[in-house]
Design a protein around this ligand. Structure first.
Ligand code: GLU
Length: 421
């Protein structure tokens, strides 16, 4: 494949649009709504001045894209990364619209990003950048407008700064402006693990569907951040055999299963999974291609492409990350009959529990962790069943089924609301 094609293949916006067009075509979506839903409804670019620790002034570029508010306030994470760009944020915002519709929660979709390298910035610099970004977006975000959340390289602390900055401008504490907050300032129990827990729930359902059993199911997980590490721990506790972990800088492999409690403990003490004595070192790119039953890419986009899809050996691909598979790879995986649990379903546990957090903040009444987890399980299982049934009824793969279900729900709402002129 020529480089230029690979460039296009790995552009997240193209990846999203290719699936959207296919699903909209199969739905016979009318041309007008096709145009409405294909592009985001609002794109904001801000240039944020930040006083750095050494005294010089730096200007960071930030984005917030709101794809749709048809079904409720826009919802979606905020990522900090040197490579983030408008096309990526557009795609991620659209995926949030489809994700919220797949799990049937009353939100639209949005995403934010700031071009920066958070690993090279001090806490003070990150705080000033976050607060200024929030202030620049003040009139566009809010509990009823657009509710940010953590994503790649952002966390509970960043959410606390956003909540505080917004609240200072409002002259009152507004907890529901952001989700994924620390528990003592309006966060939800269970939110931290929610995406990983959701991945486990849909894997359980897929394992049942394919008549496998958990104890002999071998799992490889790419990424040991907020999604991958919790998925690995919870799945190991549930009896799965985690044979491979891929992290930035290397891979770990043990065909008899990695002791997850020991790995967590090791990372706690050493700040990294590398050097863990309970597994062999393995080439990270090759680890995606080892013989296993479930592969969980839980890092970033474009991990499974036309270049490696034919060598993937898993039976189930559960997408913990957003956009880990390109549209060209979809076709190859379909031929190989890989059972895909698409990102907009597989990683929806995070935003579903964000919804619970938003509801609890607005009620000012907080639920027990068991209650949060029970509600999450109900939504994830129902959504898994909806997608798989839709795929079987309409003779399409799981990914296109998820898109069709989501697009149909959003289009239905727009038809009901009508177009304001
Ligand atoms: N960043 C997460 C995602 O991509 C969570 C978004 C949210 O909770 O709003 O789904």
């Amino acid at each position: 494949m020529k480089t230029v094609d690979l460039e296009q293949e790995t552009n997240p916006w193209e990846a999203q649009a290719a699936r959207f067009d296919l699903a909209a075509h199969k739905l016979n979506l009318d041309e007008g709504l096709w145009k409405v839903l294909r592009s985001p409804s609002r794109e904001i670019i801000v240039h944020i001045p930040v006083q750095m620790d050494d005294g010089h002034l730096e200007v960071f570029t930030g984005f917030r894209v709101q794809h749709s508010i048809a079904r409720g306030p826009a919802k979606g994470g905020l990522r900090y990364s040197p490579d983030v760009n408008l096309d990526e944020v557009r795609a991620l915002a659209s995926w949030m619209t489809w994700k919220c519709a797949v799990v049937n929660i009353p939100f639209g979709g949005a995403k934010g990003g700031i071009i920066c390298d958070p690993h090279k910035m001090s806490m003070g610099e990150l705080e000033r950048m976050t607060r200024r970004y929030t202030a620049e977006l003040f009139e566009f975000i809010g509990p009823e407008k657009d509710v940010p959340a953590p994503d790649v390289n952002t966390n509970e602390q960043v959410m606390a700064w956003i909540m505080d900055t917004y609240s200072m401008h409002m002259r009152q504490t507004c907890t529901a402006v952001v989700t994924g907050k620390p528990i003592n300032i309006g966060g939800s129990r269970g939110r931290r693990e929610a995406t990983g827990r959701g991945v486990q729930i849909v894997c359980d359902e897929a394992v049942k569907k394919l008549h496998l059993n958990r104890e002999s199911t071998r799992v490889v997980i790419q990424g040991f951040g907020n999604v991958g590490s919790h998925a690995a721990r919870l799945m190991a506790e549930a009896g799965y055999k985690i044979i491979g972990i891929v992290e930035v800088g290397g891979g770990l492999y043990n065909k008899n299963g990695i002791d997850m409690a020991a790995l967590w403990d090791f990372r706690q003490r050493n700040g990294t999974v590398h050097g863990f004595p309970g597994a062999d070192k393995y080439d990270p790119a090759e680890l995606l291609l080892v013989d296993c039953d479930i592969l969980i890419p839980a890092a970033t986009e474009n991990q499974i492409t036309s270049q490696n899809a034919d060598r993937v050996k898993c039976k189930i691909l559960a997408e913990g990350a957003n956009g880990p598979t390109t549209a060209a790879a979809d076709e190859i995986l379909a031929e190989k009959k890989v059972f895909i649990i698409p990102d907009i379903l597989a990683n929806a546990g995070g935003v579903t529990t964000s919804y619970f957090e938003w509801v609890q903040d607005r009620q000012g009444y907080f639920w027990k962790e068991s209650e949060v987890n029970e509600r999450l399980e109900h939504i994830m299982i129902t959504s898994f069943d909806d997608v798989v049934r839709y795929a079987e009824t309409h003779g399409v793969n799981n990914r296109i089924a998820a898109y069709m279900l989501a697009i149909d729900r959003v289009a239905y709402t727009i038809r009901q609301r009508g177009i304001y002129a």
